[in-house]
Design a protein around this ligand. Structure first.
Ligand code: XUL
Ligand code: CO
Length: 436
């Protein structure tokens, strides 16, 4: 045991009336909702980078957090960080965690040295996973921090960077596979461009498509059973990112024949940056059959950048949760807290409090969404709204062989005269408010 979280006990569920600031008031891991425990519905994960690697900097100032693993021999520090991380997973009773290769181990002078460092920490993870039962939701390669990636990862004009990325991802997939990761994620932070003036977009998209195809081939070759997930984001750090949103990613996947192989990891804040709601992105993925996993956070609505705050809006979360449940929920995916403290939140206990808050808000959203589904009023309304399409004469318009002439003839012969009906938005909003 380290002393980083000294005096902080395992967080227990104490119910909505508890005033214990370090207790769950809604997240009751073993409580059954719609035939599944909350733990299995939500599959919470702690993200290594925000909680253990991020120093608290912003564009105007550097480190604010003092962590004992920010000093000393880098590999010894990485081991201490691993100890503290697993202590936190167990304090929170978090079933999963996630990492970038560069979060867990220091970068070496060569790729081989970096890989060896990652492998050494993975040995420690392997033992800790065995001992604690905390599992890996996903691993990912950081191909955006080092200056070699400044002009892109797989989309770089320099083929040597493309080759480097292939080697780095191969190793990170090997490690994720060894640790029995449930998914492997690719977020293309630098897969985009700053200015079209120096960019050959068509070429870059082709490179990215080839790269992803090789990732999928390698997954099959090593027998990795997890899902490959792309995480959309419209901008930041690149001015224009190719994986803009779920629909853009789907178009890209289809173009390279990968739409049955790759799914999406949707992040709340990225949806907002793309000008969408979280539920829009979730339902788009449901409709296109590529829903994979979620990065849970919230974005400041006034800022134009990615604020990665812990979720704290129950009504919004409840609506998103409704669409998650409606789509059948997670299979390999889960709720990964891609959420970070504000830089003035210096204390170790702030890390615990942030996660408790996020887990409780999402649990509360789940309870509300399940109640909405059980009531059925919302789904009935939507079903009714489209009921005309159940009639055989209307189904025929969508069937193979239907054509404009036949439909036009029917309009004229039957004298069709469509009458507008209310969309009832306010009544639906009022209905939802009964549950949140
Ligand atoms: C960046 C972001 C990443 C990915 C993993 O905005 O969300 O942390 O989740 O690379
Ligand atoms: Co993310």
């Amino acid at each position: 045991m380290t002393d980083f979280f000294a005096g902080i006990d395992r967080v227990e569920y104490k119910g909505p009336d508890s005033d214990d600031p370090l207790a769950f008031r809604f997240y009751d891991a073993k409580r059954e909702i719609m035939g599944k425990t909350m733990e299995d519905h939500l599959r919470f994960a702690v993200a290594y980078w925000h909680s253990f690697a991020w120093p608290g900097g912003d564009p105007f100032g550097g480190q604010t957090f003092e962590r004992p693993w920010f000093h000393g021999d880098p590999m010894e520090a990485a081991k201490l960080k691993a100890d503290v991380a697993f202590e936190m997973f167990s304090i929170l009773n978090a079933p999963f965690f996630t990492f970038h290769d560069r979060d867990i181990a220091p970068e070496g002078d060569t790729l081989q040295e970096s890989n060896d460092n990652v492998s050494a920490i993975a040995d420690i993870f392997e033992r800790k996973i065995e001992e604690t039962g905390t599992r890996l939701l996903w691993g990912t390669a950081n191909m955006f921090t080092n200056r070699r990636f400044m002009a892109g990862a797989s989309t770089n004009p320099d083929p040597e960077v493309f080759a480097w990325c292939a080697a780095q991802v191969k190793h990170c997939m090997d490690v994720t596979h060894r640790l029995k990761g449930a998914n492997y994620v690719l977020w293309g932070g630098r897969e985009g461009y700053e200015t079209l003036l120096n960019t050959d977009m068509g070429r870059e998209l082709d490179q990215m498509g080839r790269f992803l195809s090789m990732v999928v081939d390698y997954k099959h070759k090593i027998g990795f059973e997890g899902a490959i997930l792309i995480e959309p984001k419209p901008q930041e750090p690149s001015k224009h990112q190719y994986d803009y949103d779920v629909a853009t990613v789907f178009g890209f996947l289809q173009r390279f024949g990968l739409e049955k192989e790759v799914k999406v990891n949707i992040e709340t804040g990225h949806s907002v940056l793309a000008g969408h709601t979280f539920e829009h992105e979730i339902e788009t993925a449901n409709a296109l059959g590529i829903f994979g996993s979620l990065d849970a956070n919230r974005n400041d609505y006034q800022s134009g950048w990615d604020t990665d705050q812990f979720p704290n809006n129950v009504p919004e979360t409840a609506v998103a949760m409704y669409y998650i449940l409606k789509g059948g929920g997670f299979t390999t995916g889960g709720f990964n807290f891609d959420s970070k403290l504000r830089r003035q939140s210096l204390d170790p206990v702030d890390l615990i409090a942030g996660h408790i808050g996020g887990m409780d808000v999402i649990a509360r959203g789940l309870i509300a969404a399940a109640a909405m589904i059980e009531d059925g009023g919302w789904a009935d309304f939507v079903k009714q709204r489209y009921a005309g399409w159940d009639k055989p004469e209307n189904q025929a318009m969508l069937a193979d062989g239907a054509d404009l002439e036949t439909i036009a003839a029917r309009v004229h012969s039957e004298g069709l005269d469509p009458q507008p009906v209310s969309g009832q938005q306010e009544r639906l909003e009022n209905w939802i408010n009964r549950f949140v």
